[in-house]
Write a protein that binds this ligand. Structure first.
Ligand SMILES: O=C(O)C(O)[C@@H](O)[C@H](O)[C@H](O)COP(=O)(O)O
Length: 228
């Protein structure tokens, strides 16, 4: 794990955007296309806005989510709505988006279609994770019955029913999230640091699923942190 601490979120986001732009450009130079998986929630919104205004060959970029809430794509709490309304705007409106939802009523009914969509994507160039105060990441929640599956399956995505957070979810599996050139954990807020420290100090991944990424022997996760 590499820990990068910034004075504030604006310093964090400008460095983070610069690194991501480099990653996207390198990927396009190497294989003609870049693939990113981003998280929803509050933390990435300013980074998304920053990226949206950046000149890049966005038509050669495909973006998906680390997880989504099983909601209509225009629902207020949908991560897809967030990405479309903040990231896929302005210059970035030319990017391709792979949705993690279908019109099925239940997440498990749509999971096969989502898995098919994801299986057509190669290794990601960058995955940006967030972390909740219970140590969840993506929608791999300590409280959910599907956690062990999400941590062990070779499938790309799993349907999840958290008991401590709203909505059915669809989450990329640990294996799919780790299938990336670069892995980031984006943390803004003083309250995230004690959670990170607690996660780093222990090894029970069922208690804090983020540990599966922090302690991975082969993937060097970059933690991007600012207190405000
Ligand atoms: O859909 C979501 O909510 C997520 O992708 C989730 O894993 C998020 O990244 C963390 O809960 C942190 O959320 P905040 O950025 O809002 O603190």
């Amino acid at each position: 794990m590499q820990f990068h601490r910034f004075e504030n979120s604006s310093a964090l986001n400008s460095t983070f955007a610069r690194w991501l732009i480099r990653i996207v450009k390198d990927a396009i130079a190497e294989r003609g296309h870049a693939y990113l998986a981003v998280s929803g929630g509050r933390t990435p919104q300013a980074l998304f806005a920053h990226l949206a205004g950046t000149d890049l060959p966005w038509q050669q970029v495909t973006i998906t989510l680390a997880d989504d809430r099983w909601l209509a794509p225009d629902a207020q709490d949908s991560n897809e709505r967030l990405v479309k309304s903040v990231l896929l705007q302005d210059k970035a409106s030319a990017a391709h988006f792979v949705s993690l939802v279908t019109t099925d009523e239940r997440a498990e009914q749509g999971a096969a279609v989502i898995n098919q969509r994801l299986s057509s994507l190669p290794k990601f160039d960058a995955v940006i994770l967030g972390m909740g105060e219970d140590g969840h990441t993506a929608s791999l929640f300590p409280c959910s019955q599907e956690l062990s599956l999400g941590l062990s399956t070779t499938q790309d995505a799993v349907a999840v029913h958290p008991t401590t957070a709203p909505y059915q979810r669809i989450s990329l599996s640990k294996q799919r999230l780790l299938n990336t050139q670069h892995l980031f954990l984006h943390l803004v807020g003083a309250g995230k640091l004690p959670v990170l420290n607690q996660a780093v100090a222990g090894d029970d991944v069922l208690q804090m699923p983020i540990r599966a990424f922090l302690h991975h022997p082969c993937v060097d996760i970059q933690v991007m942190f600012a207190t405000e």
